[in-house]
Design a protein around this ligand. Structure first.
Ligand SMILES: Nc1nc(=O)c2c([nH]1)NC[C@@H]1CN(c3ccc(C(=O)N[C@@H](CCC(=O)O)C(=O)O)cc3)CN21
Ligand SMILES: CC(C)C(=O)C(=O)O
Ligand SMILES: [Mg+2]
Length: 275
């Protein structure tokens, strides 16, 4: 079943839940696609989980294009969304449209995602007008870490809750096909989800969102630099990897690997001539 921005909007109308996971490479993308996940996000969380930065600030357009193109070669049915990295869309609407276009042309993304609500309304509209679908992202917007002063739950006070609702309405009005709600109280995410006609994709925003997204290394237990409350380990792949690495180390050192079945044959006579 092919997922598109159109089937995304239809899913909300039908009350069907949507799934999204991140991926940053070809092999992982193939597995996510094969599992029937609706969409892949090439997130700028790449900076944390692949490149080892403490945040997403230093991620470049070249990083995003490189990884998005790799993911695109591994998918058949998933909708491919690529994050716009920090400072690829904030300085001007012109930058935003040009860079969104690069993610689509060079990265082969089907849609782009950018952070911000009311303040990004014109930017989102301009990208959508260039026939590039946009997913919004409001609540905790990690590219604003230095303005926020840390990763914290958003929308808790009366003014902040009203701001989140205003942000959601602005993103919808600008023509986005969906919006990510990150780290907001569940009851507020429910209110936003009822208010707008486009699907809400939650991460730390409770079960009443229209869909959910997680970073795949988080949900597989492969990333341990930090563990937000919203992360559930659906498997302990990090532990499985460590065990396999240790088994390989032990077998090589014990002379058990490689065994005969892992080696290639040659006629003994040819080797004899080498003496
Ligand atoms: N591996 C990974 N997973 C992510 O979900 C993720 C990234 N990287 N990188 C980009 C952003 C950063 N994100 C984060 C990072 C930390 C928290 C966090 O520690 N949150 C606290 C909030 C505490 C509070 O205000 O009560 C938590 O305990 O959940 C949340 C989201 C989400 N994104
Ligand atoms: C956590 C998700 C929503 C994201 O923006 C990312 O992976 O970069
Ligand atoms: Mg991101």
């Amino acid at each position: 079943m092919k997922n598109t921005v159109v089937t995304f909007k239809e899913a909300k109308a039908k009350g069907e839940k949507l799934t999204m996971l991140t991926a940053y490479d070809y092999s992982t993308a193939k597995l996510v696609d094969g599992a029937g996940i609706n969409s892949i996000l090439v997130g700028d969380s790449l900076g944390n989980v692949v490149l080892g930065y403490p945040d997403t600030i230093s991620v470049t357009m070249e990083d995003m294009i490189h990884h998005c193109a790799a993911v695109s070669r591994g998918i058949k049915d998933t909708l491919l969304i690529c994050d716009m990295p920090f400072m690829s869309y904030q300085a001007s609407v012109y930058d935003a449209v040009v860079n969104a276009g690069r993610l689509m042309k060079e990265g082969r993304a089907h849609a782009v995602k950018l952070e911000g609500g009311v303040e990004m309304e014109e930017t989102i509209r301009a990208i959508v007008n260039a026939s590039i679908p946009v997913c919004g992202h409001i609540g905790l917007t990690p590219q604003s870490i230095n303005a926020f002063g840390g990763f914290k739950v958003q929308g808790k006070g009366e003014a902040a809750a009203q701001k989140l609702l205003d942000d959601a309405r602005a993103v919808e009005r600008a023509g986005a096909f969906a919006v990510v709600l990150e780290c907001v109280p569940a009851a507020l995410a429910k209110r936003v989800t009822e208010e707008i006609s486009i699907p809400t994709i939650g991460i730390g925003a409770g079960a009443d969102c229209d869909g959910q997204v997680l970073v795949y290394q988080d949900m597989l237990g492969m990333f341990t630099d930090f563990k937000p409350k919203f992360v559930k380990h659906f498997a302990n792949v990090g532990q499985i990897m460590t065990e396999a690495f240790k088994a390989y180390d032990a077998e090589v050192k014990a002379g058990e690997f490689p065994a005969a079945e892992h080696t290639y044959k040659i006629d003994d006579s040819i080797i004899e001539k080498l003496y």
